[in-house]
Write a new protein. Structure first.
Length: 195
């Protein structure tokens, strides 16, 4: 803390203040106080502090972190048991075929089925962007067809596809979806069948 006497009645105090926000994040903020004193008593106290880091809307960054964790844990490490941790019970996709079940359990089962068909599958996060409550990820998958997939017996053929998912996030979970894996199905099926 630094304290300066400007004149007989005015002091300036410079310091830092530590603050812990409701989400647990801690901040150290610069603070400057002006103090007016008359007859040995504080007459006025003005506190100047930049609280922008505390109140800034960090939604986009938080949503990027959710998507990054989901992609890393589910699509790279194949921890399908974590899917319900990321998909809201009210999840809806605007990209799934009309007859495709869209419950959390159905999505979890499909991802497991896909991993069984392509057990060596890798997924790379190419680009991650967010604005407000939406986050987009561009990804590339590669794998070898070693298990039955969509009625096709294992072919040993390699597949590769690059896609884009856009998710709307609410309370840390995906609630709405556009694009993604189903958009790449024609390309994947062509690589498997050669047609």
């Amino acid at each position: 803390m630094n304290l300066w006497e400007i004149d007989d009645e005015n002091l300036v105090c410079e310091m830092t203040v530590s603050y812990k926000r409701h989400d647990g994040k801690s901040f150290t903020l610069p603070c400057c106080d002006t103090i007016q004193i008359k007859n040995g008593k504080v007459q006025a106290l003005r506190i100047y502090m930049d609280i922008t880091p505390v109140v800034a809307d960090n939604t986009a960054q938080a949503n990027k972190e959710v998507m990054h964790r989901y992609h890393t844990l589910v699509w790279e490490q194949k921890k399908t048991e974590l899917i319900p941790d990321y998909l809201s019970p009210k999840f809806t996709s605007h990209s799934f075929p009309p007859d495709a079940p869209a419950s959390v359990e159905a999505i979890q089962n499909f991802v497991r089925y896909f991993f069984a068909a392509f057990p060596d599958m890798t997924s790379r996060e190419n680009v991650l962007m967010a604005e407000g409550d939406k986050v987009a990820i561009s990804w590339t998958i590669n794998g070898t067809h070693q298990g039955e997939f969509m009625g096709i017996a294992p072919t040993g053929r390699k597949i590769s596809a690059t896609g884009l998912d856009i998710m709307r996030i609410e309370d840390g979970k995906f609630v709405e979806h556009w694009g993604g894996f189903y958009d790449q199905m024609p390309k994947i099926m062509e690589q498997l069948t050669g047609k």
